[in-house]
Design a protein around this ligand. Sequence first.
Ligand code: URA
Length: 258
Amino acid sequence: MSNYQVTRGLTGGDRAVGERLHKVLARAGIGSRRACEELIRAGRVLVDGEPACIGMQVEPEQQDICVDGQRVPLAGQNYYYLVYKPKGYVSTVRDPQGRPKVTDLVPLPGVRLFPIGRLDLQTSGLLLLTNDGELTFLLTHPKHDIWKTYQAVVEGIPSTEDVARLQQGVDLPEGRTAPAKAKVLKTLPDGVLLEIALQEGKKRQVRRMCEEVGHPVIALRRTSLAFLTLDGLRPGQYRQLAPEEVRSLKEMAHGCKR
Ligand code: URA
């Protein structure tokens, strides 16, 4: 809950605080002012968790405004979401083949979110979505070596030498991969579950590294990025990053120099 005052139906000598809610909603692209008044009247708009009322004044920068449970985006504001990408979703903002997109998972009217980096169509797991170009630049720039952890079910049982090759570097057509962390987490009926942590992000890197050491990937999931994990989320779910998390990511990326 915000500490900021919501002024409902000002009278007499009261001084107006903020702006009329229906105008704020209209400016955010929710609908015409009249349509927004209807939404308010229908009880579909909450301000700081409380049903809004007609004529209400709000401070959009300071208060939580939701329509049908979705936070209303504000012009000029940055948004950061951690999404559990399911298999079968593309990590692009447009797909000529019309497949489901990760950006469909976080409906935010009027805001163009884009993914920070990519996961393959058949890879699931942690993906960040934002409209903050600075954070995207920082986290995708090759000189920023943030750790990303994957769990891969691979065919066969990798030997100690295979795991050591994954750790030390595997030769791919574009060059040798950087030192990585790799370990077998458990043995499965048809292979093993490997955990691999990388600081780089070459195209289909985990799949190609495993293929190269003779253990093709059957299923792949990204489980963490820096200090962020999928805890509490199921495929298709998402959460907003806390301001401290965004700050820490930026600090980490600024501090990383290879
Ligand atoms: N490595 C892969 O092979 N695929 C991904 O989506 C991410 C890392």
